[in-house]
Design a protein around this ligand. Structure first.
Ligand code: ADP
Ligand code: ADP
Length: 226
């Protein structure tokens, strides 16, 4: 059950100039439903570039991105935006929640934008918050939540529209180690129960060890970490 297939991705910035950087040199990756894959890479290795291409925020020079068997490469911006909103969830090191909206509203809004009814969106939002143990804080704005709670809400928002793939860039990097551990458990429980694939960039080798596979981005290609 393949959710995402990346094939032969290449990306060069500033091509033909003295500043040219060949960041991706042939990235291949197959993600299966229900698996979490750690992406380990030193800063500057091209992690963000890879996550942005996989998340349809950027296009590769060569190669293809397939989501749920559909080849996305070469599709127009509108189609890619629609696919991104439906099939991909993003989580970052900082939560990026909307400050003027409550936790539950932050999870409801992306669903309303996707045409889900208010009632169904609310129910889904509350079920997700309950899953990560933040339901009692549903009506608080982000500023009134702890860092760990904010990040749990950000996970719920990323999963609001039932994406096939979750892309995360240091999702617990802003938390103290104990909170990071708990928040990571919540994230993994969501990934397993929702049956989606997760590609999670992290420098934390303890967290990486708890995922199903570890891949290293090195020299512009992915290879397993021993
Ligand atoms: P990481 O996320 O692993 O730190 P990035 O994907 O952000 O790596 O960047 C990889 C390399 O590409 C770095 O050398 C960076 O300076 C360069 N780079 C990233 N984005 C651009 C851009 N828009 N223009 C030129 N160079 C870029
Ligand atoms: P909207 O315009 O409705 O906010 P977009 O289609 O622009 O939605 O974005 C969809 C998803 O992609 C959102 O989760 C958003 O956080 C993320 N996103 C959009 N632009 C960027 C970007 N430049 N870098 C990282 N993530 C982005």
């Amino acid at each position: 059950d393949v959710t995402m297939q990346l094939t032969g991705l290449t990306k060069t910035y500033l091509k033909g100039t003295p500043g040219e950087v060949q960041v991706l040199r042939g990235v291949d990756l197959t993600l299966h439903a229900g698996e979490a894959v750690a992406l380990v890479a030193p800063s500057g290795a091209g992690k963000s570039t890879l996550l942005h291409i996989a998340g349809l925020l950027d296009t590769p020079d060569e190669g293809s991105v397939e989501i749920a068997g559909q080849n996305v490469t070469g599709k127009g911006d509108r189609t890619r935006t629609a696919l991104r909103r439906q099939d991909v969830g993003f989580v970052y090191q900082f939560h990026h929640l909307l400050p003027e909206f409550t936790a539950v509203e932050n999870i409801t809004l992306p669903q309303l934008a996707n045409g889900v009814s208010e009632k169904a969106a609310q129910e889904r939002a509350m079920a997700l918050l309950d899953h990560v143990g933040v339901a009692p804080r549903a009506d608080h704005r982000p500023a009134a939540l702890s860092g760990g709670e904010q990040q749990r809400v950000a996970f719920c928002r990323a999963l609001a529209n039932n994406p096939r793939v979750l892309l995360a860039d240091e999702p617990t990097g802003n938390l103290d180690p104990e909170t990071a551990d708990q928040v990571f458990d919540a994230l993994m429980a969501l990934v397993r129960d929702e049956g989606l694939s997760a590609l999670i960039a992290t420098h934390n080798m303890d967290l990486a060890a708890r995922m199903d596979r570890k891949l290293q981005l090195d020299g512009g290609a992915l290879r397993p970490v021993e």
